[in-house]
Write a protein that binds this ligand. Structure first.
Ligand code: PNW
Length: 483
Protein backbone atom coordinates (compact mmCIF):
# COMPACT_ATOMS: atom_id res chain seq x y z
CA UNK A 1 0.00 0.00 0.00
CA UNK A 2 1.49 3.31 -1.05
CA UNK A 3 1.24 6.41 1.06
CA UNK A 4 -0.52 8.34 -1.66
CA UNK A 5 -3.22 7.32 -4.07
CA UNK A 6 -1.20 8.03 -7.17
CA UNK A 7 -3.12 8.53 -10.38
CA UNK A 8 -5.29 5.45 -10.59
CA UNK A 9 -6.84 4.76 -13.95
CA UNK A 10 -10.41 3.65 -13.84
CA UNK A 11 -13.07 3.00 -16.46
CA UNK A 12 -16.81 2.50 -16.54
CA UNK A 13 -16.12 -1.08 -17.59
CA UNK A 14 -14.53 -1.76 -14.17
CA UNK A 15 -18.05 -1.63 -12.69
CA UNK A 16 -20.84 -4.17 -13.08
CA UNK A 17 -23.72 -3.58 -15.48
CA UNK A 18 -26.49 -1.72 -13.74
CA UNK A 19 -24.12 0.06 -11.38
CA UNK A 20 -25.59 3.54 -10.88
CA UNK A 21 -23.58 6.75 -11.14
CA UNK A 22 -25.13 9.91 -9.84
CA UNK A 23 -24.57 13.22 -8.15
CA UNK A 24 -25.81 14.43 -4.77
CA UNK A 25 -26.99 17.66 -3.15
CA UNK A 26 -29.19 18.69 -0.24
CA UNK A 27 -32.13 21.08 -0.02
CA UNK A 28 -30.79 23.72 2.37
CA UNK A 29 -27.44 23.84 0.60
CA UNK A 30 -28.85 24.62 -2.85
CA UNK A 31 -32.54 25.55 -2.95
CA UNK A 32 -32.77 29.03 -1.44
CA UNK A 33 -36.33 30.41 -1.66
CA UNK A 34 -36.45 30.49 2.10
CA UNK A 35 -39.83 32.18 2.30
CA UNK A 36 -41.37 31.01 -0.95
CA UNK A 37 -43.92 28.34 -1.69
CA UNK A 38 -45.34 28.33 1.81
CA UNK A 39 -42.16 26.92 3.38
CA UNK A 40 -41.70 27.18 7.13
CA UNK A 41 -38.39 28.02 8.78
CA UNK A 42 -35.95 25.23 9.45
CA UNK A 43 -33.35 25.16 12.22
CA UNK A 44 -30.73 26.18 9.64
CA UNK A 45 -32.75 29.25 8.63
CA UNK A 46 -32.81 30.34 12.25
CA UNK A 47 -29.29 29.20 13.19
CA UNK A 48 -27.74 31.27 10.38
CA UNK A 49 -29.56 34.40 11.55
CA UNK A 50 -26.78 34.52 14.11
CA UNK A 51 -24.05 35.66 11.71
CA UNK A 52 -21.28 34.41 14.00
CA UNK A 53 -22.29 30.83 13.25
CA UNK A 54 -21.07 30.83 9.65
CA UNK A 55 -17.51 31.65 8.58
CA UNK A 56 -18.50 34.15 5.88
CA UNK A 57 -21.64 35.29 7.75
CA UNK A 58 -23.76 33.86 4.93
CA UNK A 59 -26.87 31.70 4.88
CA UNK A 60 -29.04 29.60 2.57
CA UNK A 61 -31.78 32.19 2.00
CA UNK A 62 -30.91 32.23 -1.70
CA UNK A 63 -28.17 29.57 -1.78
CA UNK A 64 -27.60 28.70 -5.45
CA UNK A 65 -31.25 29.33 -6.30
CA UNK A 66 -31.91 25.75 -7.37
CA UNK A 67 -35.57 26.24 -6.41
CA UNK A 68 -35.93 28.45 -9.50
CA UNK A 69 -33.23 26.87 -11.67
CA UNK A 70 -33.95 23.19 -11.18
CA UNK A 71 -34.68 22.62 -14.86
CA UNK A 72 -31.37 24.07 -15.98
CA UNK A 73 -29.60 22.00 -13.30
CA UNK A 74 -31.26 18.73 -14.23
CA UNK A 75 -30.61 19.37 -17.92
CA UNK A 76 -26.92 19.86 -17.24
CA UNK A 77 -26.82 16.72 -15.09
CA UNK A 78 -28.45 14.72 -17.87
CA UNK A 79 -26.19 16.12 -20.57
CA UNK A 80 -23.14 15.08 -18.54
CA UNK A 81 -24.51 11.54 -18.54
CA UNK A 82 -25.50 10.95 -14.91
CA UNK A 83 -28.23 8.37 -14.42
CA UNK A 84 -29.29 9.25 -10.87
CA UNK A 85 -29.71 12.26 -8.65
CA UNK A 86 -29.68 12.16 -4.86
CA UNK A 87 -31.50 15.25 -3.58
CA UNK A 88 -33.21 15.99 -0.29
CA UNK A 89 -36.73 17.10 0.50
CA UNK A 90 -37.12 20.05 2.82
CA UNK A 91 -39.39 18.88 5.66
CA UNK A 92 -40.57 22.47 6.23
CA UNK A 93 -41.75 22.72 2.62
CA UNK A 94 -44.03 19.72 3.15
CA UNK A 95 -45.11 20.50 6.72
CA UNK A 96 -44.14 24.12 7.53
CA UNK A 97 -44.41 23.58 11.29
CA UNK A 98 -43.42 19.93 11.17
CA UNK A 99 -46.53 18.81 12.98
CA UNK A 100 -47.88 16.75 10.11
CA UNK A 101 -51.30 18.37 9.92
CA UNK A 102 -52.10 19.53 6.42
CA UNK A 103 -49.47 19.14 3.71
CA UNK A 104 -48.34 22.31 2.02
CA UNK A 105 -49.47 21.72 -1.54
CA UNK A 106 -46.96 24.19 -2.99
CA UNK A 107 -44.14 22.20 -1.44
CA UNK A 108 -45.51 18.97 -2.87
CA UNK A 109 -45.85 20.68 -6.26
CA UNK A 110 -42.21 21.78 -6.25
CA UNK A 111 -40.91 18.27 -5.63
CA UNK A 112 -43.41 16.80 -8.10
CA UNK A 113 -42.07 19.15 -10.76
CA UNK A 114 -38.48 18.32 -9.84
CA UNK A 115 -39.05 14.57 -9.85
CA UNK A 116 -41.09 14.60 -13.06
CA UNK A 117 -38.48 16.67 -14.80
CA UNK A 118 -35.60 14.41 -13.80
CA UNK A 119 -37.48 11.30 -14.87
CA UNK A 120 -38.27 12.94 -18.21
CA UNK A 121 -34.53 13.51 -18.63
CA UNK A 122 -33.72 9.88 -17.82
CA UNK A 123 -32.46 10.51 -14.28
CA UNK A 124 -33.54 8.27 -11.43
CA UNK A 125 -34.53 10.04 -8.21
CA UNK A 126 -32.89 9.05 -4.90
CA UNK A 127 -34.67 11.10 -2.25
CA UNK A 128 -33.37 11.89 1.23
CA UNK A 129 -36.08 12.82 3.73
CA UNK A 130 -33.86 14.52 6.27
CA UNK A 131 -30.67 16.34 5.43
CA UNK A 132 -30.43 18.46 8.61
CA UNK A 133 -33.16 21.05 7.99
CA UNK A 134 -35.59 20.26 10.82
CA UNK A 135 -38.71 22.46 10.94
CA UNK A 136 -37.78 25.07 13.51
CA UNK A 137 -41.14 24.75 15.22
CA UNK A 138 -40.24 21.21 16.30
CA UNK A 139 -36.97 22.46 17.73
CA UNK A 140 -38.63 25.32 19.58
CA UNK A 141 -41.54 23.39 21.00
CA UNK A 142 -40.05 19.93 21.60
CA UNK A 143 -36.31 20.33 21.60
CA UNK A 144 -36.09 18.69 18.17
CA UNK A 145 -34.20 15.39 18.12
CA UNK A 146 -33.85 15.44 21.91
CA UNK A 147 -37.53 14.56 22.27
CA UNK A 148 -38.94 11.08 21.72
CA UNK A 149 -42.03 12.73 20.19
CA UNK A 150 -39.95 13.54 17.11
CA UNK A 151 -40.19 9.89 16.11
CA UNK A 152 -43.91 10.15 15.40
CA UNK A 153 -43.61 13.47 13.60
CA UNK A 154 -40.88 12.08 11.40
CA UNK A 155 -43.02 9.06 10.58
CA UNK A 156 -45.91 11.33 9.56
CA UNK A 157 -43.61 13.34 7.32
CA UNK A 158 -42.11 10.20 5.78
CA UNK A 159 -45.59 8.85 5.12
CA UNK A 160 -46.62 12.06 3.35
CA UNK A 161 -43.54 11.80 1.12
CA UNK A 162 -44.10 8.13 0.30
CA UNK A 163 -47.77 8.85 -0.47
CA UNK A 164 -47.04 11.84 -2.70
CA UNK A 165 -43.85 10.82 -4.46
CA UNK A 166 -43.48 7.07 -3.99
CA UNK A 167 -45.15 6.19 -7.26
CA UNK A 168 -41.98 7.59 -8.92
CA UNK A 169 -39.30 7.53 -6.20
CA UNK A 170 -38.09 3.97 -5.62
CA UNK A 171 -34.99 4.69 -3.55
CA UNK A 172 -35.48 6.48 -0.25
CA UNK A 173 -33.03 7.60 2.38
CA UNK A 174 -34.52 8.41 5.74
CA UNK A 175 -31.77 10.42 7.41
CA UNK A 176 -28.46 11.80 6.20
CA UNK A 177 -25.56 11.31 8.61
CA UNK A 178 -27.26 11.07 12.00
CA UNK A 179 -23.73 11.26 13.42
CA UNK A 180 -23.25 14.85 12.26
CA UNK A 181 -26.62 15.94 13.64
CA UNK A 182 -25.85 14.32 16.99
CA UNK A 183 -22.22 15.38 17.20
CA UNK A 184 -22.05 18.77 15.45
CA UNK A 185 -25.69 19.78 15.90
CA UNK A 186 -26.62 18.70 19.43
CA UNK A 187 -23.11 18.03 20.74
CA UNK A 188 -20.44 20.63 20.06
CA UNK A 189 -23.00 22.86 18.38
CA UNK A 190 -21.19 24.07 15.28
CA UNK A 191 -24.26 23.00 13.28
CA UNK A 192 -27.92 23.82 13.90
CA UNK A 193 -29.52 23.81 16.38
CA UNK A 194 -26.25 24.78 18.07
CA UNK A 195 -25.52 22.40 20.93
CA UNK A 196 -27.28 21.34 24.08
CA UNK A 197 -25.98 24.00 26.42
CA UNK A 198 -23.14 22.49 28.31
CA UNK A 199 -24.54 19.01 28.22
CA UNK A 200 -22.61 17.54 25.33
CA UNK A 201 -23.58 14.04 26.40
CA UNK A 202 -27.17 14.70 25.42
CA UNK A 203 -26.12 14.25 21.82
CA UNK A 204 -26.51 10.50 22.42
CA UNK A 205 -30.20 11.14 22.89
CA UNK A 206 -30.40 12.95 19.55
CA UNK A 207 -28.76 9.91 17.96
CA UNK A 208 -31.11 7.50 19.74
CA UNK A 209 -34.21 9.27 18.45
CA UNK A 210 -32.83 9.42 14.92
CA UNK A 211 -32.39 5.64 14.95
CA UNK A 212 -35.95 5.14 16.19
CA UNK A 213 -37.28 7.67 13.66
CA UNK A 214 -35.45 5.92 10.85
CA UNK A 215 -36.99 2.61 11.88
CA UNK A 216 -40.44 4.18 12.19
CA UNK A 217 -40.20 5.51 8.63
CA UNK A 218 -39.10 2.13 7.28
CA UNK A 219 -41.95 0.53 9.21
CA UNK A 220 -44.51 2.86 7.60
CA UNK A 221 -43.07 2.11 4.18
CA UNK A 222 -43.17 -1.64 4.69
CA UNK A 223 -46.68 -1.65 6.11
CA UNK A 224 -48.37 0.80 3.76
CA UNK A 225 -46.36 1.30 0.58
CA UNK A 226 -43.93 -1.50 -0.12
CA UNK A 227 -46.37 -3.82 -1.87
CA UNK A 228 -47.80 -1.16 -4.16
CA UNK A 229 -44.63 0.85 -4.79
CA UNK A 230 -41.91 -1.76 -4.57
CA UNK A 231 -39.13 0.59 -3.50
CA UNK A 232 -36.36 0.42 -0.91
CA UNK A 233 -35.48 2.52 2.11
CA UNK A 234 -31.99 3.01 3.49
CA UNK A 235 -30.07 5.06 6.02
CA UNK A 236 -27.04 7.18 5.15
CA UNK A 237 -24.18 6.97 7.61
CA UNK A 238 -20.86 8.75 7.38
CA UNK A 239 -17.60 7.17 8.36
CA UNK A 240 -13.95 7.89 7.91
CA UNK A 241 -11.71 4.88 7.63
CA UNK A 242 -9.71 4.41 10.85
CA UNK A 243 -6.37 2.85 10.06
CA UNK A 244 -4.56 1.54 13.15
CA UNK A 245 -1.52 3.73 13.72
CA UNK A 246 0.67 0.78 14.62
CA UNK A 247 0.59 -2.96 15.00
CA UNK A 248 0.19 -2.64 18.73
CA UNK A 249 -2.94 -4.39 19.89
CA UNK A 250 -4.16 -1.30 21.72
CA UNK A 251 -3.97 0.74 18.51
CA UNK A 252 -5.80 -1.96 16.58
CA UNK A 253 -8.54 -1.96 19.19
CA UNK A 254 -8.64 1.83 19.27
CA UNK A 255 -9.17 1.96 15.50
CA UNK A 256 -12.02 -0.53 15.81
CA UNK A 257 -13.47 1.58 18.62
CA UNK A 258 -13.31 4.69 16.48
CA UNK A 259 -15.35 2.93 13.76
CA UNK A 260 -17.79 1.74 16.46
CA UNK A 261 -18.29 5.35 17.54
CA UNK A 262 -19.03 6.48 13.97
CA UNK A 263 -20.65 3.60 12.13
CA UNK A 264 -21.49 1.01 14.78
CA UNK A 265 -23.34 3.70 16.72
CA UNK A 266 -26.05 3.54 14.00
CA UNK A 267 -25.64 0.24 12.20
CA UNK A 268 -25.16 -2.05 15.20
CA UNK A 269 -28.59 -1.22 16.68
CA UNK A 270 -30.23 -1.77 13.30
CA UNK A 271 -28.42 -4.98 12.39
CA UNK A 272 -27.76 -6.44 15.85
CA UNK A 273 -30.30 -4.71 18.11
CA UNK A 274 -27.97 -2.68 20.32
CA UNK A 275 -25.14 -0.18 20.53
CA UNK A 276 -21.54 -1.44 20.30
CA UNK A 277 -20.15 -2.76 23.57
CA UNK A 278 -17.21 -0.36 23.33
CA UNK A 279 -19.63 2.57 23.48
CA UNK A 280 -21.56 1.15 26.41
CA UNK A 281 -18.34 0.57 28.33
CA UNK A 282 -17.18 4.15 27.93
CA UNK A 283 -20.49 5.98 28.09
CA UNK A 284 -22.41 4.00 30.67
CA UNK A 285 -25.73 5.64 31.38
CA UNK A 286 -25.00 8.56 29.03
CA UNK A 287 -25.86 6.14 26.27
CA UNK A 288 -29.64 5.58 26.13
CA UNK A 289 -30.98 2.04 26.20
CA UNK A 290 -33.34 0.33 23.80
CA UNK A 291 -36.27 -1.47 25.40
CA UNK A 292 -36.85 -5.05 24.24
CA UNK A 293 -39.72 -3.69 22.17
CA UNK A 294 -37.47 -1.06 20.56
CA UNK A 295 -34.86 -3.68 19.75
CA UNK A 296 -37.44 -5.83 18.08
CA UNK A 297 -38.77 -2.83 16.19
CA UNK A 298 -35.49 -1.48 14.80
CA UNK A 299 -33.95 -4.82 13.98
CA UNK A 300 -33.26 -5.16 10.23
CA UNK A 301 -35.31 -2.09 9.39
CA UNK A 302 -33.09 -1.20 6.46
CA UNK A 303 -32.93 -2.17 2.80
CA UNK A 304 -29.51 -0.71 2.01
CA UNK A 305 -26.65 1.15 3.62
CA UNK A 306 -25.84 4.57 2.19
CA UNK A 307 -22.23 5.47 2.94
CA UNK A 308 -20.90 9.00 2.86
CA UNK A 309 -17.16 8.78 2.80
CA UNK A 310 -14.55 11.46 2.27
CA UNK A 311 -11.38 10.70 4.18
CA UNK A 312 -9.29 8.47 6.45
CA UNK A 313 -6.99 8.88 9.43
CA UNK A 314 -4.68 6.92 11.60
CA UNK A 315 -6.01 6.12 15.02
CA UNK A 316 -3.96 5.36 18.12
CA UNK A 317 -5.06 4.47 21.61
CA UNK A 318 -4.76 7.29 24.10
CA UNK A 319 -5.86 7.02 27.69
CA UNK A 320 -6.62 10.70 28.02
CA UNK A 321 -6.12 12.65 24.78
CA UNK A 322 -5.96 16.42 24.81
CA UNK A 323 -9.00 16.80 22.66
CA UNK A 324 -12.68 17.59 22.81
CA UNK A 325 -14.99 15.57 25.01
CA UNK A 326 -15.97 13.14 22.25
CA UNK A 327 -12.45 11.95 21.54
CA UNK A 328 -11.61 11.85 25.23
CA UNK A 329 -14.55 9.52 25.75
CA UNK A 330 -13.40 7.38 22.84
CA UNK A 331 -9.82 7.34 24.14
CA UNK A 332 -8.49 7.76 20.66
CA UNK A 333 -5.90 10.01 19.16
CA UNK A 334 -6.42 11.02 15.54
CA UNK A 335 -3.19 11.18 13.55
CA UNK A 336 -2.73 12.56 10.07
CA UNK A 337 0.76 11.27 9.36
CA UNK A 338 2.41 7.95 8.70
CA UNK A 339 4.96 6.71 11.18
CA UNK A 340 7.59 8.07 8.81
CA UNK A 341 6.15 11.57 9.18
CA UNK A 342 4.66 11.65 5.71
CA UNK A 343 1.09 12.94 5.46
CA UNK A 344 -1.65 10.30 5.10
CA UNK A 345 -2.72 12.18 1.98
CA UNK A 346 -2.93 15.65 0.48
CA UNK A 347 -5.28 17.90 2.37
CA UNK A 348 -8.31 19.37 0.60
CA UNK A 349 -9.69 22.78 1.61
CA UNK A 350 -11.61 21.44 4.61
CA UNK A 351 -9.25 20.83 7.49
CA UNK A 352 -10.69 17.35 8.13
CA UNK A 353 -10.41 16.14 4.55
CA UNK A 354 -7.29 14.23 3.43
CA UNK A 355 -7.16 12.48 0.10
CA UNK A 356 -6.81 8.79 0.92
CA UNK A 357 -8.38 6.68 -1.84
CA UNK A 358 -7.50 3.30 -0.32
CA UNK A 359 -9.60 4.05 2.77
CA UNK A 360 -12.83 3.70 0.79
CA UNK A 361 -12.05 0.13 -0.24
CA UNK A 362 -11.30 -0.71 3.38
CA UNK A 363 -14.47 0.78 4.81
CA UNK A 364 -16.63 -0.87 2.13
CA UNK A 365 -15.06 -4.24 2.87
CA UNK A 366 -15.46 -3.62 6.58
CA UNK A 367 -19.22 -2.98 6.16
CA UNK A 368 -19.58 -6.05 3.94
CA UNK A 369 -17.90 -8.26 6.51
CA UNK A 370 -19.38 -6.84 9.67
CA UNK A 371 -23.02 -6.57 8.54
CA UNK A 372 -23.38 -9.67 6.40
CA UNK A 373 -22.81 -8.14 3.00
CA UNK A 374 -25.63 -5.61 2.75
CA UNK A 375 -26.42 -3.66 -0.39
CA UNK A 376 -24.38 -0.47 -0.24
CA UNK A 377 -24.57 2.79 -2.13
CA UNK A 378 -21.76 5.30 -1.82
CA UNK A 379 -24.13 8.21 -1.35
CA UNK A 380 -21.47 10.94 -1.08
CA UNK A 381 -17.81 11.17 -1.99
CA UNK A 382 -15.85 14.22 -3.06
CA UNK A 383 -13.47 16.96 -2.04
CA UNK A 384 -13.47 20.72 -1.73
CA UNK A 385 -11.39 23.64 -2.83
CA UNK A 386 -11.05 27.02 -1.22
CA UNK A 387 -13.13 29.74 -2.83
CA UNK A 388 -10.51 31.90 -4.51
CA UNK A 389 -11.78 35.35 -5.41
CA UNK A 390 -8.60 36.28 -7.25
CA UNK A 391 -8.57 33.33 -9.65
CA UNK A 392 -9.85 33.53 -13.21
CA UNK A 393 -12.77 31.39 -14.38
CA UNK A 394 -10.39 29.24 -16.43
CA UNK A 395 -8.31 28.58 -13.35
CA UNK A 396 -11.18 27.61 -11.08
CA UNK A 397 -12.63 25.29 -13.71
CA UNK A 398 -9.37 23.41 -14.01
CA UNK A 399 -9.86 21.22 -10.90
CA UNK A 400 -7.23 18.61 -11.65
CA UNK A 401 -6.84 17.59 -7.99
CA UNK A 402 -10.53 16.69 -7.87
CA UNK A 403 -10.22 14.64 -11.07
CA UNK A 404 -7.43 12.69 -9.38
CA UNK A 405 -9.57 12.30 -6.26
CA UNK A 406 -12.45 10.79 -8.22
CA UNK A 407 -10.19 8.48 -10.20
CA UNK A 408 -8.55 7.18 -7.05
CA UNK A 409 -11.73 6.73 -5.04
CA UNK A 410 -13.65 5.17 -7.93
CA UNK A 411 -10.83 2.69 -8.50
CA UNK A 412 -11.11 1.89 -4.81
CA UNK A 413 -14.87 1.22 -5.14
CA UNK A 414 -14.24 -1.03 -8.15
CA UNK A 415 -11.71 -2.99 -6.11
CA UNK A 416 -14.12 -3.40 -3.20
CA UNK A 417 -16.72 -4.80 -5.59
CA UNK A 418 -14.14 -7.29 -6.88
CA UNK A 419 -13.37 -8.15 -3.25
CA UNK A 420 -17.04 -9.06 -2.84
CA UNK A 421 -18.75 -5.97 -1.40
CA UNK A 422 -22.25 -5.46 -2.79
CA UNK A 423 -21.89 -1.85 -3.91
CA UNK A 424 -24.62 -0.84 -6.35
CA UNK A 425 -24.06 2.84 -6.92
CA UNK A 426 -21.89 5.91 -6.42
CA UNK A 427 -22.87 9.56 -5.99
CA UNK A 428 -20.39 12.40 -6.29
CA UNK A 429 -20.69 15.19 -3.73
CA UNK A 430 -21.60 17.61 -4.97
CA UNK A 431 -23.23 18.46 -8.26
CA UNK A 432 -22.96 22.19 -7.56
CA UNK A 433 -20.82 24.43 -5.40
CA UNK A 434 -23.12 25.28 -2.53
CA UNK A 435 -23.65 26.43 1.05
CA UNK A 436 -21.16 24.32 2.98
CA UNK A 437 -22.83 24.67 6.39
CA UNK A 438 -20.64 26.43 8.97
CA UNK A 439 -18.08 27.18 6.23
CA UNK A 440 -20.66 29.08 4.17
CA UNK A 441 -19.60 29.62 0.56
CA UNK A 442 -15.88 29.57 1.33
CA UNK A 443 -15.53 25.90 0.39
CA UNK A 444 -16.43 24.54 -3.03
CA UNK A 445 -17.36 20.85 -3.33
CA UNK A 446 -19.07 21.10 -6.72
CA UNK A 447 -18.14 19.43 -9.98
CA UNK A 448 -20.03 22.38 -11.44
CA UNK A 449 -18.78 25.84 -10.56
CA UNK A 450 -21.32 28.41 -9.43
CA UNK A 451 -20.30 32.00 -10.07
CA UNK A 452 -21.62 33.77 -6.98
CA UNK A 453 -20.67 37.16 -8.38
CA UNK A 454 -22.25 36.74 -11.81
CA UNK A 455 -25.85 35.79 -11.40
CA UNK A 456 -25.11 32.33 -9.99
CA UNK A 457 -24.25 31.05 -13.45
CA UNK A 458 -23.20 27.39 -13.71
CA UNK A 459 -19.95 26.21 -15.34
CA UNK A 460 -18.90 22.54 -15.47
CA UNK A 461 -15.41 22.06 -14.03
CA UNK A 462 -12.86 19.70 -15.58
CA UNK A 463 -14.05 17.04 -13.10
CA UNK A 464 -17.60 17.21 -14.51
CA UNK A 465 -16.22 16.81 -18.04
CA UNK A 466 -13.99 13.97 -16.88
CA UNK A 467 -17.01 12.24 -15.36
CA UNK A 468 -18.93 12.73 -18.56
CA UNK A 469 -16.24 11.00 -20.63
CA UNK A 470 -15.92 8.27 -17.99
CA UNK A 471 -19.67 7.64 -18.03
CA UNK A 472 -19.78 7.50 -21.79
CA UNK A 473 -17.05 4.89 -21.68
CA UNK A 474 -14.52 7.02 -23.46
CA UNK A 475 -10.91 6.20 -22.78
CA UNK A 476 -9.42 8.07 -19.88
CA UNK A 477 -6.40 8.92 -22.03
CA UNK A 478 -8.63 10.77 -24.43
CA UNK A 479 -8.28 14.20 -22.92
CA UNK A 480 -9.79 15.93 -25.95
CA UNK A 481 -12.63 18.10 -24.81
CA UNK A 482 -15.59 17.11 -26.93
CA UNK A 483 -18.04 19.44 -25.21
C1 PNW B 1 -21.42 15.79 4.59
N1 PNW B 1 -16.70 15.77 8.96
O1 PNW B 1 -21.17 16.27 5.85
C2 PNW B 1 -22.83 16.26 4.30
O2 PNW B 1 -23.75 15.23 4.10
C3 PNW B 1 -22.91 17.29 3.24
O3 PNW B 1 -24.10 18.03 3.38
C4 PNW B 1 -21.68 18.15 3.27
O4 PNW B 1 -21.77 19.26 2.42
C5 PNW B 1 -20.51 17.28 2.90
O5 PNW B 1 -20.42 16.16 3.74
C6 PNW B 1 -19.17 17.99 2.91
O6 PNW B 1 -18.85 18.43 4.20
C7 PNW B 1 -20.01 16.11 6.56
O7 PNW B 1 -16.35 16.74 9.67
C8 PNW B 1 -19.65 17.14 7.40
O8 PNW B 1 -16.06 14.70 8.98
C9 PNW B 1 -18.56 17.03 8.19
C10 PNW B 1 -17.82 15.87 8.15
C11 PNW B 1 -18.17 14.83 7.31
C12 PNW B 1 -19.26 14.97 6.51
Amino acid sequence: MGSTGGEAEVARADFPDGFVFGVATSAYQIEGARREGGKGDSIWDVFTEDKERVLDRSNGDVAVDHYHRYKEDIELMASLGFAAYRFSISWARIFPDGLGGKVNEQGVAFYNNLINFMIAKGIEPYATLYHWDLPNHLQKTLGGWLSDKIVDYFALYAEACFANFGDRVKRWITINEPLQTAFNGYGIGVFAPGGCEGETARCYLAAHHQILAHAAAVDVYRRKFKVAQGGEVGLVVDCEWAEPFSEKVEDQIAAQRRVDFQLGWYLDPIYFGDYPESMRQRLGSDLPTFSEKDKEFIRNKIDFVGLNHYTSRFIAHHQNPEDIYFYQVQQVERIEKWNSGEKIGERAASEWLFIVPWGLRKILNYIAKKYNNPTIYVTENGMDEEDDQSATLDQVLNDTTRVGYFKGYLASVAQAIKDGADVRGYFAWSFLDNFEWAMGYTKRFGIVYVDYKNGLSRHPKASALWFSRFLKGEAAENKADTN
